[in-house]
Design a protein around this ligand. Structure first.
Ligand code: HEM
Length: 133
């Protein structure tokens, strides 16, 4: 995985602002209508916190000593939201679809591989931390 490539791609995508989070949740709920009820009626705050968390994760992608505890905390809080390990691949699929959409012509097979790998690591750490709660 190339951390700088990931950071550059996220900067390109994040320049689209809140549209990114809107697209992500629309895609997630279209593919998985049952997930909607896990979230509050108003998604405005959730859209904001998702973007902030993604930005934080991407900024720490080459700093595992800080990234791991942050992601473990997220994993523990998610257990309390009724999130189970089965949800993670679906969220990953919508995340990658969203990144691809906003990257346009800049999207490459390498980027897809990097994101799938990075999301897989984050999901594993979140799931393990939730389990140890
Ligand atoms: C990379 C993976 C993920 C990231 C970065 C992320 C980020 C966040 C953040 C920052 C929050 C705000 C609360 C907190 O800080 O804990 C949150 C809440 C939440 N997330 Fe995630 N999340 C991820 C994966 C998932 C998955 C797999 C699901 C399953 C559908 C999910 C569903 C939820 C729900 C239901 C809430 C609570 C909404 C509420 O009641 O306010 N998240 N997420």
């Amino acid at each position: 995985m190339d951390p700088q490539r990931l950071k550059d791609n996220f900067a390109l995508v994040a320049a689209h602002g809140i549209d990114v989070a809107e697209y992500f949740y629309a895609d997630l709920f279209e593919r998985n209508p049952s997930y909607r009820s896990l979230f509050p009626a108003s998604m405005a705050r959730q859209q904001q916190v998702l973007l902030e968390a993604l930005a934080q994760i991407v900024s720490l992608v080459d700093d595992p000593e800080r990234l791991v505890p942050y992601v473990q905390g997220l994993g523990r809080s998610h257990a309390g939201f009724g999130v189970t390990p089965q949800h993670y691949p679906e969220v990953g699929a919508s995340l990658v679809a969203t990144l691809k959409y906003f990257s346009g012509d800049a999207w490459t097979a390498e980027l897809e591989k990097d994101w799938v790998e990075a999301y897989g690591v984050v999901a594993d750490v979140m799931i393990k931390a939730a389990d140890e709660k």
